[in-house]
Design a protein around this ligand. Structure first.
Ligand SMILES: [Zn+2]
Length: 360
């Protein structure tokens, strides 16, 4: 395992002014950069390279694992804590080039077709070309297809129409497009004056931005911890086996940062940090979860405790790998998860405050 310890940090005491250490401008800058990178599961090398570059610039020596995840060690004592977030997002993959040159796709992860109807997209060929297009119903003109409004929306009756003059399968093949090419959808990232962040794939880009902020704050000495930390940026979370490999052997705790889910059955909000007590894989570790709640209470951090019935996480994957660890999950509350998502910068602030409070 490579170590990355900015030497000037050794021996520095933990944390001060937890509220003021949040750097909204930096987080916004990272979100803007990260959300521009198409990174559906299986096509994450560019976002991994970006994270490695950012961490390297801070003085760390992150390593890229065979599976595509990135791990960075911040050396220290105490019980090693692994902080996880996932670099992969939802997306699509070409499953058929049709006789008319249009593309059938299947989803990567639980992307639902209705949420991307009419959306712009990019098809990434294996030769490195990128073609734009948009995702539509077959026969999408309402003036022609009078049944359009009544038709179900799914990947069997929707397709990508490329922004190229292609009229046949051969035309599209001549571009270099093939079955198996990855498709990224327009993120449509918007930061409102009132602090809201709207975008596709806030899951889990919000957490990536917070882990990078943490790394930056530790590197600059604004935050210090004696505790040994692993920053783990997983690939393949959206298909269920993200952090199932490469968990360092001495890891005792895994704190997963992923989105909180806002719904009628949860108390999560776009301004709180959400602490997940149980997901479809089962309850999270009692001791860790209790400590997170106690920390939020002690630090006056707005939080919610939630159950996510249709949710799994990298912390679950770590357990599935056979790792003997304690696990917990926190994250910013996000509205319309796996669709066009929204959260508020306050939720990122409060997640970061709880993260800092916990590692201290
Ligand atoms: Zn996620």
């Amino acid at each position: 395992m490579q170590k990355c310890i900015p030497l000037f940090l050794l021996g520095v005491k933990l944390m001060e002014k937890k509220h003021s250490i949040f750097d909204e401008e930096y987080v916004r800058k990272q979100l803007q950069a990260l959300l521009k990178i198409d990174s559906p599961t299986g096509y994450t090398s560019k976002v991994a390279d970006y994270i490695i570059s950012e961490l390297t610039d801070m003085g760390y020596t992150p390593s890229l694992k065979n599976k595509g995840s990135v791990i960075c060690t911040i050396d220290g004592d105490g019980t090693p804590l692994l902080l996880a977030a996932h670099i992969d997002t939802l997306g699509g993959i070409v499953s058929e080039i049709k006789p008319d040159g249009h593309l059938r796709i299947t989803s990567i992860g639980t992307l639902y077709a209705t949420s991307i109807e009419g959306e712009n997209c990019r098809v990434h060929t294996r030769s490195g070309k990128v073609y734009t297009g948009f995702f539509q119903m077959i026969d999408p003109s309402l003036h022609i297809n009078t049944n359009l409004q009544n038709q179900a929306r799914d990947f069997s009756n929707m397709e990508i129409i490329l922004d190229e003059k292609v009229y046949s399968e051969n035309d599209t093949r001549a571009l270099g497009v093939r079955v198996g090419d990855f498709v990224g959808f327009e993120q449509r990232t918007v930061f409102t004056e009132s602090g809201y962040i709207k975008s596709r794939f806030l899951d889990d880009t919000v957490s990536l931005s917070l882990l990078l902020l943490l790394a930056k704050k530790i590197a600059s000495g604004d935050v210090s911890t004696k505790r040994k930390l692993y920053l783990y940026f997983s690939a393949y979370e959206e298909v269920g086996h993200g952090a199932i490999s490469s968990i360092p052997e001495d890891t005792v705790e895994v704190l997963d940062l992923d989105i909180g889910c806002i719904g009628t059955e949860t108390t999560a909000s776009e301004t709180c940090v959400s602490i997940c007590a149980k997901d479809m894989f089962g309850p999270y570790n009692y001791e860790m979860t209790s400590k997170l709640i106690e920390t939020a209470e002690a630090e006056n951090i707005p939080y919610s405790i939630d159950i996510y019935p249709f949710y799994t996480s990298d912390a679950d994957s770590a357990l599935l790998s056979g790792a003997d660890i304690k696990h917990a999950l926190i994250g910013p509350g996000v509205c319309a998860t796996h669709g066009y998502e929204r959260t508020h910068m306050d939720s990122l602030l409060n997640t970061f405050r709880l993260l800092i409070g916990y590692i201290s």
